[in-house]
Design a binder for this molecule. Structure first.
Ligand code: NDP
Length: 496
């Protein structure tokens, strides 16, 4: 049976997933859909591959991961073209996304040994006859479940950490971007042909659910908060740990001493890049009264120059268009005003840039993730009010502050995992900075040292080197030993 084709909506026909461009409907490619047995078998093969991968050690893995990095860079045009075909994303955005992926791959490969390698800990006086060692052992197989909005960067971050730590990885790409996921797996196999260290399983949400139950050692999930809760419920059945990178409703605060033109440029970029389909996209701005009018004018002028089909690509997931329309309509119905775009901005598969002011805090545009090229700007009296309003959300992923004197102090008070000062989104491009949220945005971290440790378990080993100085953990201890322990404790820790 042939299903009706809506451009961009994936179709499963005879066990094959067909992926298409959201604007033209052109086919991006086909991949076989995995059933539960196939997922389990893939994870079993990955467990074998993981043993070989671990046997290479940090240096062997580093060398292979860096070769994969170089291959991606050499073929960046090919990957960017494929990304434009499958998601509709402008070519430049696909290149920039790949740049971020390459940075994380490079950093994880080069730093895994330093961060995760065995090390001796300092001797503690109460157990002075023991030396302590800590090392990080991989989970075995890590399941990476990814979204469609950044189909290269979002999986490559956790894949890099997991592989560098010594795990094999089974990737479940979004059903909207399976061909990019398969490209990553195929190119990895070109540099590591010996064993299936990185594999993909394709299909709809049930394939992701099967991966959670397949015997993997850990799940790295990036996607919506609603799906994250389903993933955690499935993982809970077998106590499988998970790192959760979920949605956001990030805010930008513009303080009185900000460079207004720079803040407007960064606000427009942060809100509208990738047509606003960015987990760390700026969705709300709180601008203090003295600069509010100038800031709104600057944003409106800059966003007004962006063209759909050029800088603003199509909405990749067709049903998201209804969410964006509902948010704009709700904002306007509740008294908000469109200074750019508005009710007519939604022209599927495109949404033109929309800037809204005076939007009440209870509107869906202010509370829920819009994931479109829309931005609300709210006037506040001062930075304290801005912080209070910015933090009034169950999400807490990223954020940004523009200002001079107090910008970093404001950044510290934002309830989120990351904040960019005098820029937007920049933290995602630094391989040595951890990335992740709080609250409904998830927990755990990818990228940086924390992101490497996320994919390994610490293992503590003590080695006894001589007789006990203060015998305590033995039935052969004497009352004198206990008296000595008390005396030592008082000297070490009992002083005021
Ligand atoms: P979804 O939550 O719809 O899907 C994410 C992934 O989960 C997809 O691969 C999906 O498969 C899979 N999935 C669906 N149902 C299940 C299930 N029951 N068990 C296991 N896996 C399942 O998110 P989107 O793809 O729509 O991505 C957009 C969301 O991702 C936004 O909320 C965005 O903020 C967030 N995001 C967060 C990031 C972060 O780092 N914090 C970065 C990027 C995006 P399928 O596609 O086949 O349904």
């Amino acid at each position: 049976m042939t299903a009706t084709r809506v451009p961009g909506t994936p179709v499963v026909e005879d066990g094959v997933l067909i992926s298409t461009n959201p604007a033209s409907g052109a086919e991006a490619g086909r991949v076989p859909v995995a059933d539960t047995e196939a997922v389990t078998e893939t994870v079993r093969r990955a467990a074998e591959a993981a043993r070989w991968w671990q046997s290479l050690g940090y240096d062997g893995r580093r060398e292979r991961l860096l070769r994969w990095r170089s291959l991606i860079v050499r073929r960046i045009e090919e990957l960017a073209e494929l990304t434009t075909l499958e998601t509709g994303k402008p070519h430049g955005d696909a290149v920039v996304e790949t740049t971020g992926a390459v940075e994380h791959l490079d950093w994880a490969a080069r730093n895994a040994k330093r961060v995760l390698g065995p090390r001796r800990t300092r001797t503690r006086l109460l157990v002075a006859e023991h030396t302590g060692h800590v090392e990080y052992q991989p989970y075995g197989v890590v399941g990476v479940i990814g979204p469609w909005n950044y189909p290269i960067l979002t999986p490559v971050g956790p894949i890099s950490g997991a592989l560098a730590a010594g795990n094999a990885v089974v990737l479940k790409p979004s059903e909207y971007t399976p061909i990019i996921g398969q490209w990553l797996v195929d190119t990895f196999a070109e540099v590591v042909p010996e064993q299936p260290v990185l594999q993909a399983v394709h299909g709809l949400g049930d394939v992701g659910a099967a991966l959670c139950r397949s015997g993997v050692g850990k799940i790295s999930f990036t996607g919506s908060t609603a799906t994250a809760k389903k993933v955690l419920a499935a993982c809970a059945e077998n106590l499988v740990p998970a790192v959760i990178e979920a949605g956001g409703k990030d805010a930008l605060i513009v303080d009185a001493d900000a460079d207004i033109q720079a803040a407007a440029e960064a606000a427009v970029w942060g809100a509208m890049t990738n047509a606003g389909q960015t987990c760390i996209g700026i969705e709300r701005v709180y601008a203090v009264a003295p600069i509010y009018d100038a800031f709104v004018n600057a944003v409106t002028e800059k966003a007004g120059k962006l063209r759909t089909g050029e800088e603003i690509g199509p909405i990749t997931m067709p049903r998201q268009i209804d969410v964006i329309r509902e948010h704009i309509d709700d904002a306007l119905a509740k008294g908000g005003k469109a200074v750019l775009g508005g009710a007519d901005a939604v022209q599927p598969p495109y949404v033109s840039p929309t800037v809204l002011v005076d939007v009440p805090a209870d509107s869906s545009e202010m509370r829920d993730e819009t994931f479109g090229p829309t931005l609300t700007i709210t006037k506040v009296a001062d930075a304290n009010e801005a912080i209070e309003k910015a933090n009034d959300t169950p999400y807490g992923l990223g954020g940004a502050v523009f200002g001079k004197k107090n910008a970093v102090r404001i950044a510290r008070r934002l309830r989120s995992g990351m904040v960019a000062v005098n820029s937007t989104l920049s933290f995602v491009g630094m391989g040595n900075l951890p990335f992740g949220g709080v609250g409904e945005s998830g927990y755990g971290r990818i990228h940086g040292e924390d992101g490497l440790r996320e994919f390994a378990r610490s293992k503590s080993i003590t080695v006894r080197r001589g007789p006990s100085v203060l015998p305590a953990m033995t039935f052969e201890r004497t009352p004198a030993n206990i008296a000595n322990i008390i005396k030592t404790l008082r000297i070490l820790y009992g002083r005021k």
